[in-house]
Design a binder for this molecule. Structure first.
Ligand code: AP5
Length: 194
């Protein structure tokens, strides 16, 4: 199974991606984590990406597609992926679909994690105190949310139109969100544990 997790900053993509991948035996691919690894390694891709990430803007499509799609295709061929944070625009979605379909590893379902703005900001600012992520400052968070509204939110209609979208209420405890996702995927907890 190949699943996409989309949602605004702080909606729980990383948290749920990790849990679900483990439960479902899928490879968790987190766009932000792969980018941060490139930044930490000081690669040329990382150096270029960092300028955008530090401002809360999307890195250029070509760069993210070159970084992610080989990993996504490999995971799809190896048994399935749980992809978090990509695609993040309709243009990325078109290109990702084109490349994935060539290899027979297109998405089977898209989960949209929905939560009110206040809750998102509260979670991110709480994390900032603990982890100190460079883009978790109030100004950059504002930009990340605006970028989500402008570039990423249109994916909701795009995937609804393709019949792949499931909206899940992400403003509840993480266990309940996980159960909600498994339920919309038609996979209840008992079946997974069995
Ligand atoms: P990325 O790392 O993907 O950041 P983001 O989308 O802003 O998301 P976050 O990591 O802040 O939140 P999340 O939804 O994963 O929630 P999490 O589980 O962490 O991307 C960073 C940057 O990389 C982008 O700004 C961009 O520059 C670049 N980039 C990435 N992908 C790109 C792409 N496709 N194209 C171009 N550029 C790209 O949870 C957040 C916090 O809340 C945590 O502390 C967590 O413990 C807590 N939490 C989670 N769930 C719950 C819950 N249910 N209840 C209470 N607390 C919770």
């Amino acid at each position: 199974m190949n699943v996409l997790l989309i949602g605004p900053p702080g909606s729980g993509k990383g948290t749920q991606g990790e849990r679900l991948a483990q439960r479902l035996g899928l490879r968790h691919i987190a766009a932000g984590d792969l980018l941060r690894a490139e930044v930490a390694a000081g690669s040329s891709l990382g150096r270029e990406a960092r300028q955008y990430m530090d401002r809360g803007e999307l890195v250029p499509d070509e760069l993210i597609i070159d970084l992610l799609m080989p990993v996504v295709i490999k995971a799809g061929q190896d048994g399935g992926y749980l992809l978090d944070g990509f695609p993040r625009s309709v243009a990325q979605a078109y290109e990702a679909r084109r490349l994935a379909q060539q290899e027979g590893v297109g998405a089977d379902a898209v989960i949209y994690l929905d939560a009110p703005r206040d809750e998102l900001v509260e979670r991110i600012l709480a994390r900032a105190k603990v982890e100190g992520r460079a883009d978790d400052t109030p100004d950059v968070v504002r930009t990340r949310l605006a970028v989500f509204d402008e570039a990423t939110a249109p994916l909701v209609d795009y995937y609804r139109g393709r019949g792949l979208l499931h909206v899940v209420n992400a403003a509840r405890p993480a266990d309940e969100v996980t159960a909600g996702i498994l339920s919309v995927l038609g996979l209840d907890d008992d079946a997974i544990d069995a």
